[in-house]
Design a protein around this ligand. Structure first.
Ligand code: EPU
Length: 427
């Protein structure tokens, strides 16, 4: 339980300029990939978030020399003395992306023993497709207790994913980077962070072709040299800031982002009547008239991202008309809407579908963040609401958004943290 809560007094239009930090879901793939290198690597533009700190600990425990100063956003990893392929459960359950240690260690040693991953509770989140890829490449995989053990010399092979999986695609790329021969991934994920990992592997001397399409070819290289690599800006943070600007009827320029990654969200905001203009590496979002209701169906990239469904559905609670939101990727991603009913939102949830009847006013209430993006959605809700919203368990939000409070305050938001009272700690 977090020892503090976030307080947001809403109703203030966000105004001014802000910037986007490095991508969470790309950093958590690129950092494990440094284990595949035969020389030191430097990763730049890393966000200062919990997942990056956990990965630093995991790599250090394995024997890597890691220099990381969050203020510099740069991590240097010298993996030459890594002597272990074991990531114990106590470490692995600190984050979701610890499953990338399986692919990275298999790629490096032909052996990995990694505890089950933790992360947000948004659905069952099986890893069968990851394990299927490892097995196809020559690993014997066992799942025992809370640990997955994989062993075998990796060799190139075709892998067909039964469903599109970001994590499975990235894990297979990691395992294949040093494999003998060519690996071809069919029905691969096309997310920007898959492309970013491919670019990093290529910068080390691997040959990855086709990332960004649904067929990725990896020609393994026995020796990978060191590289200095800058991760891409965070697509989901960009989108969350865009939604926050629209939700408060503000006027915000978001710098340091990649507008091409935001097309699905931009199209929906335009459909709602929000003005969105793209510049080279910036997006301006402003509201010139009321928001119309729109329908959303989450899909794999380049469809509407599931990670933006929660902030977007918070925005839709105040649009004029009814919106239908269909979540196709994860089973439990509407918990924020249940919380928002206490703030005056009118919502009906039937399995994977939420029907949102727009209301003209939300009011502040105590709410609890249940996962990272639910937390972001509740921040959006708090910014829109009249009065003060108290968000419990805000630690979830900081796991994925660097300095979010400071960024919103700089745009004019009234957001602050307060320690919990003794009676609040009892729940
Ligand atoms: N799936 C399987 N079997 C598998 C793998 C996935 O059935 O072996 C299913 C999942 O249960 C889900 C769907 O396939 O229903 C897609 O899952 P995917 O593997 O693409 O998701 P992930 O790798 O677990 C990553 C991000 C998520 C993001 C999803 C979808 C990281 C660390 N996590 O998760 O990010 O929602 O892709 O884009 O990159 C977040 O940032 O808040 C977050 C949850």
């Amino acid at each position: 339980m977090d020892s503090y809560k976030l307080l947001i007094t809403g109703g203030i239009p966000l105004m001014g300029e802000t910037y986007v930090s490095g991508g969470k879901n790309t950093s958590v793939a690129v950092i494990p990939a440094t284990l595949l290198s035969d020389e030191p690597c430097t990763i730049e533009n890393l966000p200062d978030i919990e997942d990056v700190r956990v990965l630093k600990d995991i790599l250090t425990d394995l024997g890597a020399k890691v220099d990381y100063l969050p203020e510099s956003k740069r991590m240097t990893v010298d993996p030459r003395n890594v002597h272990s392929w074991l990531v114990p459960y106590r470490q692995s359950q600190r984050m979701r992306a610890s499953y990338y240690m399986l692919g990275a260690l298999l790629g490096r040693f032909g052996q990995a023993e990694v505890g089950y991953p933790g992360g947000c509770s948004i659905g069952a989140r099986p890893v069968d497709q990851h394990l299927k890829a490892f097995r196809a490449m020559g690993a014997e995989v066992e799942e025992r207790g809370a640990v997955i053990t994989a062993k075998g010399k990796m060799h190139g092979t075709p892998v067909y994913f039964d469903r599109i999986t970001v994590g499975g695609t990235i894990n297979a790329m990691l395992a294949a980077a040093k494999a003998e021969g060519n690996t071809v991934l069919y029905n691969a994920a096309r997310e920007p962070h898959v492309v970013d990992l491919a670019n990093f592997l290529n910068s080390m001397g691997c040959r990855v072709r086709g990332a960004g399409t649904d067929v990725i070819r990896i020609m393994g290289a026995p020796y990978l040299h060191g590289s200095t690599y800058t991760v891409i800006p965070d697509q989901i943070e960009t989108g969350t800031l865009m939604i926050a600007a629209a939700a408060t009827r503000g006027d915000v320029v978001i710098r340091g982002c990649i507008p091409a990654h935001m097309e699905a969200l931009t199209a929906k905001l335009l459909e709602m009547g929000v003005a969105v203009s793209d510049m080279d590496d910036a997006i301006r979002v402003r509201t010139v008239r009321g928001h119309r209701a729109v329908n959303i169906k989450t899909q794999e990239y380049p469809g509407f991202p599931t990670d933006l469904q929660q902030p977007m559905s918070a925005l839709l609670t105040r649009a004029s008309g009814d919106s239908i939101v269909i979540e196709t990727i994860f089973e439990s991603r509407f918990k924020h809407l249940n919380e928002m009913q206490r703030m005056g939102a009118r919502v009906r949830i039937l399995d994977q579908t939420a029907i949102i009847e727009g209301v003209s006013e939300l009011y502040g209430a105590p709410v609890t963040a249940t996962d990272l993006r639910a937390g972001a959605a509740l921040v959006i809700a708090g910014l829109m609401a009249n009065g003060t919203t108290e968000i419990y368990e805000p630690g979830f939000i900081e796991r994925g958004y660097e300095h979010i409070e400071e960024k919103l305050r700089a745009l004019g938001a009234n957001i602050r943290r307060e320690p919990l009272e003794a009676q609040e700690m009892r729940f």
